[in-house]
Design a protein around this ligand. Structure first.
Ligand code: FAD
Length: 405
């Protein structure tokens, strides 16, 4: 019998977890495993706020895909997926087409601008490692230009961050540490710089314990971050953002940098597959297959699963993406062996948001954590993700070991 081809799209947390688990458990005579990814590297999406603020370099947050795959078992193709033809079982990329017996879609997230005017054109987004580098360089350019120009435009030194959710708060935490360094590097007086977080909802970090939220806001304010809460961004322009402050009250914030960190959706390619989706996320079956498509698995941020306890979708996280990757590999092996698939049940261990390299808040194993303890735990979580995908070697090479800072 012909060996089935398993085609995995995306080398993020979900895709790589699928592949490294498959390569451990499957013989070359059992299946052909092909992995397609836009770049020849994986980037740690959960560290992108650090690359965007400039507290880490793009190089530090990424590693070669080939460092973690067994090339004897997995064929890696660097290519950009352009279309997924589910009935024809063909994936089109910029370097050719690929057929499959089983498909795993793990193409990750994109920024969601909710149709707000001008955001697509004028706001930057922490969407991938190249976008993070662009944010870092944009901010540095604004500081350098301010320093050089005769007639100084102080709005160059204003950074607006849209969104006080997980990503927005983590980015603000990094900026709180980075701005003093930038001031020193570019001869900018600190009092000229403004970092403003604008949030439409009436609260910061929805879903987090109020005591942790209070701590986070206090710490960020102490680093000079301003908050404008319950004030939706209604438009972005080349000069800044317009926010709604009341029934008929608006304020224009002139800003040299606007970073939109207020929402994510799945990959837009999902919307072209014909599979029913909500914002490019597919409500998958319990075994992670797309409804009505027994040969298609969807994992990570392109998959939507409802938490039956809360009746709300699980948030898109790396934690869940990796667990889904493991389960997806197990279910593929089961199918190849003619065995039944198993249900995916997330094992949520907690959630920790960093507030810079030296501070954090969160809950781990049911315990509330603040400050250095939380920051230590966050680094352990980051190192664990490296370990699960690339073992000890990758953890030593890329891990965060400045844990006592
Ligand atoms: P991704 O990790 O995004 O991987 C998708 C892969 O697909 C990428 O390699 C991409 O290059 C590739 N790809 C995309 N399009 C194409 C294409 N057309 N062709 C080929 N390849 C393509 N989660 C947590 O659990 N904890 C955290 O602390 C946390 N912090 C975060 C901080 C930030 C700043 C951000 C942005 C996210 C954070 N998240 C966190 C969420 C987490 O990063 C995502 O849930 C996770 O990355 C989803 O994994 P994934 O495998 O679905 O997608």
């Amino acid at each position: 019998m012909k060996r089935p081809t398993i085609l995995v799209l995306g080398a993020g947390y979900g895709g790589l977890s699928t592949v490294v688990n498959l390569q451990k458990s499957i013989g070359t005579d059992e299946a052909d495993i092909v992995l397609i990814n836009k770049n020849d590297y994986h980037y740690e999406s959960t560290w992108l706020h650090e690359a965007a603020a400039g507290t880490m370099t793009p190089e530090q947050v990424r590693y070669d895909v080939k460092d973690v795959i067994n090339e004897g078992k997995v064929k890696f193709i660097k290519a950009e997926v352009q279309g997924i033809d589910i009935p024809g079982k063909v994936v089109t990329t910029n370097v050719g087409t690929h057929t499959y017996d089983y498909l795993v879609i793990a193409l990750g997230f994109e920024g969601e601008t909710f149709g707000i005017k001008g955001l697509d054109q004028y706001a930057l987004s922490i969407a991938n490692v190249k976008a993070a580098r662009q944010i870092r360089e944009h901010i540095e350019y604004q500081f350098a230009t301010w320093s050089l120009e005769e007639e100084k435009d102080d709005s160059r030194l204003t950074i607006v961050v849209g969104g006080a959710g997980f990503t927005g708060i983590e980015f603000l935490g990094e900026l709180g540490n980075r701005v003093p360094e930038l001031c020193k590097e570019f001869d900018v007086p600190a009092e000229k710089v403004r970092v403003i977080c604008v949030e439409a909802a009436p609260m910061v970090l929805p879903g987090f314990d109020p005591e942790l939220v209070d701590y986070a806001v206090r710490q960020l304010k102490a680093k000079g971050i301003e908050f404008s809460i319950g004030t939706p961004v209604v438009e972005a322009t080349p000069e800044g953002v317009n926010i709604k402050k009341g029934e008929d009250e608006f304020e224009f914030i002139k800003a040299g940098t606007v970073v939109w960190a207020a929402g994510v959706r799945g990959n837009r390619l999902i919307e072209e597959t014909g599979i029913e989706n909500m914002r490019a996320r597919v409500k998958v079956e319990k075994d992670l297959r797309a409804p009505g498509h027994d040969d298609v698995f969807i994992v990570g941020d392109c998959a939507l699963m409802i938490n039956e306890e809360t009746n709300r979708p699980y948030p898109p996280t790396a934690q869940i993406a990796m667990q889904q990757g493991d389960m997806c590999a197990n279910n593929l092996i089961a199918l190849i062996k003619g065995q039944p698939t198993a249900e995916f049940v997330p094992d949520l261990k907690g959630s920790i948001a960093s507030l810079g390299d030296d501070d954090a808040i969160g809950v781990a194993f049911g315990k509330k954590l603040f400050g250095k303890k939380a920051s230590f735990m966050k680094k352990m979580v980051d190192n664990r993700a490296l370990f699960l995908i690339g073992g000890v070697g990758l953890t030593i090479k890329k891990g965060k070991f400045n844990v006592l800072k």
